[in-house]
Design a protein around this ligand. Structure first.
Ligand code: UCC
Length: 632
């Protein structure tokens, strides 16, 4: 009989007693050295088992403490300082503190439930009738109620805090996001739809929808979808949209088409694009043929979705908590919201809002992983001391913190600008800045989130890779942030487009504002290296822009991504410096600004100097990508 089987029998026979753990090597010598003792095999084995620290019922006495989520508002020094500086309203601070407590104690576990109980599609009822029912978890439904009660969308439209209302709303979403089980996705589209409806003038039939999107009453609250993506047009919406709108005699339309990615498909309504058919059935191709439509998701008396078939749910890397579906629009009743051919321009407001929400989700993911990692660093002992006392580990967490701070200030600045625009206070500079910075901040923070969250997982060692810790979901969900709402390259090209359309005015606004952010820095001498770096990078970037303006468009296209990164890094540096000069700033604020500004703030100039955008580069790039052996 093997020792292992014998031990099993022993344990199964109930002879297991608790004894002090001793190493196996001692057991062997002890049991072997008893002269003359007549003992059975079982007795010998029992003796061995009683000293084993690890057997079937004993798995050792050490259990690592898990990282603990504390009130994310109280734990966030920069958020609190930012609000103390710009929005020191007691009502706001109290609400965020209370909500932070609710997130840590209650909401976070619902978010986890959403992950563990993903939506599923029931196409048919037991008797074969088509029902296309998307079944969501109770936790997902609770998120909807909570979102209404907490005013997650409403705060932005109540405008109780004037130009700072958006900062308040987005701060709350920032606290909520990593615990929200991706409910922030429908909220982003709901906010975007409300913004579009509001900006187009609230009238029948969308006045009711607007009031439902922006209500705090859970029983009235609606969420909206944003059905833009078709099989041919994820990014190239203008060319790829095939959906047609057939005019009806009452002035409404019926939509026919196939929407390839529809997020949070359990929405109550949607905004979508389609081409209006003329009397001959013809449509206008390209962007000028697209119009914006409003449609409600409803069921007929037989329980069938009106004009929609849910083809299937997507099997995604992350965002598994929420349903993303392929939809066949088969006569969906709809109302045209925009003028004919003004679809893209009209939905652009929605894109601005959802891109800002995306950026908020990015900083929230970074902040959450930093908070958990620093908590864990006080609980985990390795090589004789807690992680917190290992300088290299602290250096890594500090770098994540610097990234998170820079990103936070970028995002909050865009929220500030949005708030100014919506409260009628925006100068022309603010408007230009908002247009330029929205894609810049979305693309930059989306990439940062993946990098910081990935680094963050490493700080939990192998546990960061283990599903039931909940940590891997953070990374999976971060990965979408650089993809949806415009990929990094599409948004880099959007930056070029807005520069061209404004005849460079968005860049003038950028340079003027970034320089003004440095103006208070002379009061803090220790910031001098950071100021020098940002000032120098601004001058270099200005020179680059002047040179690039004289080159072929292909030159700027190749530089687009690096240009966007440069705009983001320099602006974040200026914001960090500005924040560090504030009278309430801490030593950490100064340190963060210095550290941020040590990186290459202007990669577009660095790469320009290396000839990366010369006309010789694209063929070399292509040859490299398609490199294949020339010798058999
Ligand atoms: O739906 C999706 C998933 C939903 C989930 C949302 C969750 C979000 C956050 C969650 C947080 C947890 S994903 C699908 C997203 N799809 C995209 O983002 C599309 C990406 N493609 C682009 O952005 C392209 O650049 C297009 C589609 C905008 C390009 O179309 P066009 O027609 O070729 O563009 P044009 O011709 O340049 O612009 C047409 C008009 C112009 O106005 P006018 O005619 O007045 O000059 C532009 O100025 O639209 C205006 N326009 C803009 N305005 C275009 N882009 C913008 C903009 N970004 N801002 C303002």
């Amino acid at each position: 009989m093997s020792v292992y089987r014998a031990l099993n029998r022993c344990v199964a026979g109930g002879c297991c007693r608790v004894r002090a753990a001793r190493p196996l090597v001692h057991i062997r010598s002890a049991s072997a050295g008893m002269p003359g003792a007549k003992r059975s095999d079982e007795e010998h084995l029992w003796e061995a088992a009683s000293y084993l620290p690890f057997s079937r019922t004993r798995i050792g006495s050490f259990f690592q403490e898990s990282p603990t989520l504390k009130n994310p508002f109280l734990e966030d020094a920069l958020l609190r300082a930012y609000l103390r500086r710009h929005l020191p309203e007691e009502a706001v601070l109290e609400d965020l503190c209370r909500f932070g407590e609710r997130v840590a104690k209650e909401v976070d576990s619902w978010g986890r439930d959403c992950e563990l109980n993903p939506p599923r599609l029931v196409n048919f009822d037991p008797w074969g009738r088509r029902v296309d029912h998307i079944v969501t978890s109770p936790a997902w439904k609770r998120m909807k109620t909570l979102s209404a009660e907490e005013g997650m969308v409403a705060i932005g439209y109540e405008r109780s805090f004037g130009e700072w209302s958006r900062v308040y709303q987005m701060s709350k979403l920032y606290i909520f996001s990593p615990s929200a089980g991706l409910y922030t996705c429908p909220l982003a589209m709901t906010d975007g739809a409300a913004k579009v409806i509001q900006s187009m003038g609230v009238s029948l039939p969308v006045d009711e929808a607007y009031s439902r999107l922006t209500t705090r009453q859970p029983e009235r609250f609606w969420t909206s979808g944003q059905w833009m993506t078709e099989r041919q047009g994820g990014s190239d919406v203008a060319t790829g949209t095939e959906t047609v709108a057939v005019p009806q005699t009452d002035g409404s339309y019926r939509l026919h088409g196939f929407k390839w990615f529809t997020s949070a498909t359990d929405a109550d309504m949607t905004l979508t694009l389609a081409r209006v058919q003329d009397q001959t059935g013809a449509t206008t191709p390209g962007s000028r043929g697209l119009s914006l439509f409003y449609a409600e998701v409803s069921r007929d008396e037989d329980g069938r979705l009106r004009g929609i078939e849910v083809q299937r749910l997507k099997d995604k890397l992350g965002t598994r908590q929420m349903p993303t579906a392929e939809l066949l629009l088969d006569g969906l009743p709809a109302h045209r919201l925009s003028e004919e051919g003004r679809g893209v321009a009209s939905i652009a407001n929605m894109l601005t809002i959802t891109r800002i929400h995306n950026s908020v989700a990015a900083i929230a993911a970074m902040r959450r992983v930093v908070q958990l990692a620093r908590d864990y660093a006080t609980r985990r002992t390795v090589f004789g001391k807690v992680l917190k006392d290992h300088p290299l580990h602290m250096q890594t967490l500090a770098r994540m913190e610097v990234e998170t701070r820079g990103a936070f200030l970028l995002v909050m600045d865009v929220c500030r600008l949005l708030g100014r625009e919506e409260s009628g206070l925006a100068t022309q500079r603010d408007t230009h800045l908002l247009r330029l910075l929205t894609p810049v901040v979305k693309l930059y923070t989306g990439k940062q989130a993946v990098a910081v969250v990935s680094e963050g997982l490493e700080s939990f060692g192998g546990q960061g890779y283990i599903e039931d810790t909940g940590l891997p979901a953070l990374l999976r969900d971060a990965q979408v942030l650089s993809i949806w709402e415009g990929t990094t390259n599409v948004l880099s090209l959007d930056v070029l487009r807005c520069v061209a359309r404004s005849s460079g005015m968005v860049l003038h606004a950028y340079f003027a504002h970034a320089k003004s952010l440095l103006s208070g820095a002379s009061t803090v001498p220790s910031l001098a290296p950071a100021v020098k770096a940002v000032d120098g990078a601004l001058s270099e970037l200005q020179e680059f822009v002047q040179v690039a303006a004289t080159r072929a468009p292909s030159y700027l296209e190749l530089a687009a991504r690096d240009l966007a990164y440069s705009l983001a890094r320099i602006y974040a540096g200026a914001l960090l410096i500005d924040h560090a000069c504030w009278k309430g700033a801490s030593q950490s604020d100064i340190y963060a600004a210095l550290r941020w500004c040590e990186q290459d703030l202007c990669p577009v100039v660095t790469k320009q100097a290396k000839g990366c955008y010369d006309s010789s580069t694209p063929p070399l790039d292509t040859a490299l990508v398609y490199d294949h052996p020339t010798h058999p």
